[in-house]
Ligand binder design. Structure first.
Ligand SMILES: NC(=O)c1ccc[n+]([C@@H]2O[C@H](COP(=O)([O-])OP(=O)(O)OC[C@H]3O[C@@H](n4cnc5c(N)ncnc54)[C@H](O)[C@@H]3O)[C@@H](O)[C@H]2O)c1
Ligand SMILES: [Zn+2]
Ligand SMILES: [Zn+2]
Length: 393
């Protein structure tokens, strides 16, 4: 089959790789009809290279049709239309019973000290072959697949794999008080969707980015926007719009490659220039993130407010302003999204034909796998109006 594979910093290719096969009784094989490109893939493309293997298949936002089932996959049937969560989870361990699917005790990558395995996401998360491919082996298929109805276009349900539950969790964790103001930093797919969800729930949203068309998308849905390039100090601007107090809650939907952190950017470049054998162990002990977004979040949240961190960070010793955090009495919640925890909350909005979250028009680019190298490049550079890419294998 054809798949998108990793070969080095900013080097992804489309290659023939062996078809996946059922190797456990709980496996299924899904023929992929749509597969998302995510900001998290950009971390692999740029910064997390030391944890990647040459030829690793990328992608973790899969949707498709069940092609083959193992003997222990419950009521899953060949021909079912399904979306898979980006994390691999069993649905029956202690953590899964709490709804903490990203911590699944059956699939935790213990040798790396990490939580549940993820599709297409480096050695840190189990080096499981990813979903930007024609076919996908789905482990734990007795639990994993989310069955969706026939009829609407794939885009109606595809984002259940990641974007929707991630954005949903970020809003829940932000714990915005009734009538409160939420600040969303970063308007990539995740921040954009978090903005839509928060507006739908009736909150006031102030949204920040530096890419004009991303700001425009948020503005068009009813957010107040701040152009990072147009103000000296985002936190000061937020306070001026919130009676001098700051936002009740802040979502950081930027993560480790934030714009505006020159020192750390240099550090990331030095890391990337070193040989891999050296950098992987070093990187998992060092502070390598570009911290400007989280610093802004801590500054712009009001005293006693909540910061919800959904952007991914990867350093172990990133300096944090703990005095300010303590003094401002902040609440901080974070983590990968526990996808299946939120599906029942989100599904009614997807089954509503008025499409309240605008998922059907959400993707800016629908392209065949063969265009993956260009799509990655344009998504990283924010070129060609790229906000969300969906591959159609
Ligand atoms: N926790 C999870 O489960 C989960 C799931 C999916 C994605 N993510 C993470 O969410 C983050 C966003 O992902 P995405 O798909 O939206 O990708 P993205 O890279 O397109 O979005 C990041 C956005 O932040 C903007 N930005 C950069 N620096 C900024 C700054 N200092 N202030 C404000 N905005 C700034 C960029 O212009 C861009 O629009 C990534 O870190 C990704 O890894 C987490
Ligand atoms: Zn993702
Ligand atoms: Zn589990």
């Amino acid at each position: 089959m054809k798949a998108v594979t990793w070969h080095g910093k900013r080097d992804v290719r489309v290659e023939e790789v062996p078809d996946p096969v059922i190797s456990e009784p709980t496996d299924a094989i899904v023929r992929i009809t749509s597969s998302g490109l995510c900001g998290s893939d950009l971390h692999l493309y740029e910064t997390l290279g030391p944890f990647m293997g040459e030829g690793d298949v990328l992608g973790h936002e899969p949707m498709g049709i069940v092609e083959e089932v193992g003997p222990d996959t419950g009521d899953l049937k060949v021909g079912d239309r399904v979306v898979m969560p980006f994390q691999i989870c069993c649905g029956s361990c202690w953590m899964c019973d709490q709804g903490l699917y990203t911590q699944c005790e059956t699939t935790q990558v213990r040798e790396q000290g990490m939580g549940a395995a993820l599709f297409g996401f480096s050695k840190l998360y189990g080096e499981v072959p990813g979903a930007q491919a024609e076919y996908l082996r789905v482990p734990q298929a007795q639990f994993m697949p989310i069955k969706v109805p026939e009829g609407p276009a794939d885009e109606r349900f595809l984002y259940l794999s990641d974007v929707l539950p991630t954005a949903w969790q970020s809003v829940v964790y932000a714990d915005v008080p009734k009538g409160g103001t939420l600040l969303v930093l970063g308007l990539g797919p995740i921040g954009d969707m978090a903005t839509r969800i928060a507006l739908h729930q009736g909150f006031r949203v102030i949204a920040v980015d530096l890419v004009p068309e991303r700001l425009e998308r948020a503005r068009a849905r009813g957010a107040d926007v701040i152009d990072l390039g147009g103000v000296d100090d985002v936190a000061e601007e937020v306070r001026s719009r919130t009676n001098g107090r700051g936002a009740d809650s802040v979502i950081d939907a930027v993560g480790m490659e934030a714009h505006g952190s020159p020192v750390a950017e240099l550090g990331q470049k030095v890391f990337n220039a070193l040989p891999k054998k050296l950098t992987a162990p070093l990187m998992s002990r060092a502070g390598v993130d570009r911290m400007s977004a989280i610093y802004t979040a801590i500054d712009a949240v009001r005293r006693g407010g909540t910061v919800s961190l959904i952007g991914v960070y990867g350093g172990q010793t990133d300096p944090m302003p703990i005095m300010t955090m303590f003094d401002k009495q902040l609440q901080l919640r974070m983590g990968q999204a526990n996808v299946k925890r939120w599906v029942d909350d989100i599904m009614p909005l997807l089954l509503d034909d008025s499409d309240p979250l605008g998922v059907e028009q959400f993707a800016t680019h629908k392209v065949p796998l063969s265009e993956a190298p260009t799509a990655y490049e344009n998504f990283q550079k924010k070129a060609d109006g790229t906000v969300k890419v969906v591959f159609k294998p």
